[in-house]
Design a protein around this ligand. Structure first.
Ligand SMILES: *Cc1c(COP(=O)(O)O)cnc(C)c1O
Length: 403
């Protein structure tokens, strides 16, 4: 293990050893990795992102044998349609659907598996209803680490298959309430000495940091003004911010981007709190949203995000179900098929622009977090242009439909 690495709680600075099994502090605060001497960290040459930014990471080494080729995702300028829609001159899309299991979760899974290797562990577990479970299962398969996934019994079959096909053990837990199940399963971690990774754990977050390092390289050292992120468990948003913040601490960049916290209106525990000027998460329960990947109603560690939002002047916006579906359609019409959760950011930045909270000329990145093919149920809400045509009628059909 690297020396001078520890975990620090994010609101009151309680310190814990790096190898701590539980993902949160005793008081429920999220934890983050602290590396001594980060002020002197430098970028290096190297083939892989984790080699070039090794000074910023807690691992002694990430072996290429555990990678599935995550990252290296495109950062693309939005087309005229999306610029017109949002009213922005300088909108970029970071397409994380290009990751091996089609979501950004893979960057965090790489870090979790690197940690398991560093600690000599042979089993890892997670609690998931979707992307996280299939991602960690794929990385477990690649690295030879046994994966256990706890899912609620009602988890759709397609998602369970995506975990099971990689050889994970999937436990469908029968329990009346998902958040209660989550809490109880997490509390087993220490007792059983089993690392149960969550969406907002300190190690996963180190993996998400690499997105900011990658964007730093792709933008040739420029820092965007805003980055909009659909937020649920909160690991992604804090990881991306942490990456930029650490580059600044090392004197490599001069400013950090402002994050935009995006949530579905029907489940907006953090955005509602920020809009109301509250300092604590407002828990949501018994809601429904098409944005299935962002349904944490009472995120552990959410208070930290609210705290950072005030401290760094972040923005927060929520979007209705209709707005989510419209965004999904508009992104698809520009060539990006993303899942509903990922589409939320587009409408959120449009609204913030209309309210004058984002300047027209500001550089704004929206992160396309996951692929549209993960959720076929939502397609019932879209008009797809398909019809059955007898072979003999094709010519006539085209004659009336192509002009
Ligand atoms: C996990 C996930 C999110 C939310 O990220 P958090 O780190 O839980 O805040 C957003 N979009 C997609 C597609 C996801 O899988």
């Amino acid at each position: 293990m690297k020396s001078g690495v520890k975990l620090v709680s994010t609101l009151t600075n309680l310190e814990y050893p790096f190898e701590r099994i539980e993902e949160f502090a005793e008081n429920g605060e999220s934890l983050e990795v602290h590396i001594d001497g980060l002020e002197n960290a430098r970028t290096k040459s190297g083939r892989y992102l984790w080699e070039r930014f090794a000074d910023f990471l807690p691992f002694t080494k990430i072996d290429i044998s555990i990678s599935l080729g995550e990252g290296n995702t495109a950062l693309i300028k939005a087309d005229k349609k999306l610029l017109d829609f949002t009213g922005l001159d300088n909108l970029l899309l970071k397409n994380e659907t290009q990751n091996p299991t089609w979501s950004f979760k893979d960057r965090g899974s790489l870090a979790c598996i690197a940690m398991a290797k560093e600690m000599g562990e042979s089993v890892s577990a997670t609690i998931s209803t979707g992307n996280m479970g299939s991602s960690i299962s794929a990385y477990g398969a690649k690295s030879g680490i046994k994966i256990i996934v706890f899912v609620p019994e009602f988890t759709p079959k397609e998602k369970v298959i995506a975990m099971g096909i990689h050889g994970a053990t999937v436990l469908k837990i029968i329990a009346p309430d998902y958040s209660e199940m989550k809490k109880q399963v997490l509390s087993l971690a220490k007792k059983m000495n089993l690392r149960i990774v969550s969406g907002n754990g300190p190690i996963r977050t180190e993996g998400y940091k690499m997105t900011s390092f990658e964007m730093f390289e792709q933008m040739e050292g420029e820092v965007p003004d805003y980055i909009a992120i659909p937020t649920s468990a909160c690991g992604h948003i804090r990881g991306i911010f942490k990456g930029y913040n650490e580059l600044k601490r090392a004197g490599i960049i001069e400013k950090v981007p402002k994050m935009i916290v995006v949530q579905a209106l029907n489940n907006s525990p953090i955005v509602s709190a920020i809009k109301q000027g509250r300092r604590e998460v407002i828990p949501f329960s018994n809601f429904h949203t098409v944005a299935e990947a962002i349904t944490t109603g009472n995120p552990m560690g959410g208070d930290e995000i609210i705290d950072k939002a005030y401290k760094y002047g972040w923005l927060a916006e929520s979007v209705t179900e209709e707005e989510i579906l419209e965004s999904q359609r508009r992104l698809a019409e520009s060539g990006y098929f993303v899942e509903p959760a990922s589409a939320t950011s587009l409408f959120a930045v449009k609204k913030l622009r209309e309210q004058g909270k984002i300047e027209q000329s500001a550089s704004v990145v929206i992160i396309l977090t996951g692929s549209g093919l993960k959720d076929s149920e939502v397609l019932q809400y879209h008009q797809l242009n398909e019809s059955f045509v007898e072979l003999k009628d094709v010519e006539g059909y085209l004659g009336t439909h192509t002009t």
